[in-house]
Structure formats: C-alpha cells, structure tokens
Design a protein around this ligand. Structure first.
Ligand SMILES: [Zn+2]
Length: 168
C-alpha cells in the first residue's frame, strides 16, 4: 500500500539527480519562484487568462492524483479517513493547512502557498487559482460528481484564510 506520509514516500536518486514523491518525479520549487512565474504570467496573459490557465492546471493535477490516492491508500469506503489522510498529505507538502468540510462543500486553507507569495492584503482579488482548480477535483472525487469551485476569501487580499466553495 502507498504510504500516506510525505517523508515516507520522498525518494532521492542522487546518482542521476532525480527526486520523487509518491513515485512521481518532482522538483521542489520555492514560493518566491512560483509567485514570480504567476505574476509574470499575469503580465503576459492578463489576470483572467492566467487565472484560467492555473485553474485548469490545478484541476488536471488534482484529477490525476486524488483518485489514485483513494485507490492506493485503499480508502474507497472510508470517507472520513480519506479526507483526513488527504488533509494531512497536502499540509505536509507545504501547500498550507487544509480543512475539508464535505457537508458544506467547502475547503479552508490556512497559509496557502500561493497566498504566501503575496504580502497580506497586497491583492484586491483572490489569487489561489491553482489550488482552486485542485480543490474542485478534490471535492468532485469526494462527492462523485463533477463540480467547480470558487475562492471566496484569500489571505492575499487580507483575509485570515483562503476559503473555497463549490459553485452551484
Ligand atoms: Zn488564497
């Protein structure tokens, strides 16, 4: 069975210069670099264009991973345990502290890694489009229905948390 803890699944192949997490080839990227790429993408594609790009990228990434976790962690029939394992996994990855409220179809993230690339209150709008897309796949997997999610509050615009809610 696939381990659930990030540190149990991280693997270094020093001879070939490769790194992986949960068997997936990966790199570690700083928040500053991610933020820089995001802000430059906004200059080139416009705020809206860049938001769509990152939302779709997050959605795709989420789709690929979440269903795989459910299977490989063998938690198909253990919803609350799956939710807890998922929250812990992304929290450990450094994506922020995840709280999933499946009854209200909301996800709260404290210290989102995207919002941390901004000074609190720097942005007038929500900025966590990648996580928003990712969360749409996460909730879609949990309720077994395709949904979209929007971000209501965002630390980058001065809120205490980033809050994501299913769009009805
Ligand atoms: Zn946010």
């Amino acid at each position: 069975m696939l381990p659930r803890k990030v540190n149990e699944t991280a693997e270094w192949k020093r001879d070939s210069g490769e790194f992986s997490v949960i068997t997936v080839p990966a790199v570690i990227i700083s928040i500053e670099t991610f933020s820089r790429i995001k802000k430059d993408a906004e200059k080139i594609l416009g705020t809206e264009g860049s938001a769509v790009l990152l939302y779709e990228a997050g959605k795709d990434a989420g789709k690929t991973w979440i269903s795989r976790f459910r299977e490989e962690w063998r938690l198909e029939d253990a919803e609350s345990e799956f939710i807890k394992a998922t929250e812990e996994f992304y929290t450990e990855l450094g994506w922020g502290k995840f709280s999933i409220d499946i009854e209200n179809l909301t996800i709260r993230i404290e210290n989102s890694f995207i919002a941390r690339g901004y000074v609190k209150g720097e942005s007038k709008k929500t900025v966590c489009h990648f996580l928003c897309g990712y969360n749409s796949s996460l909730i879609s997997e949990l309720i077994n229905k395709e949904v979209d999610v929007e971000e209501r509050n965002c630390m980058a615009k001065g809120d205490q948390y980033c809050d994501f809610i299913v769009v009805k």
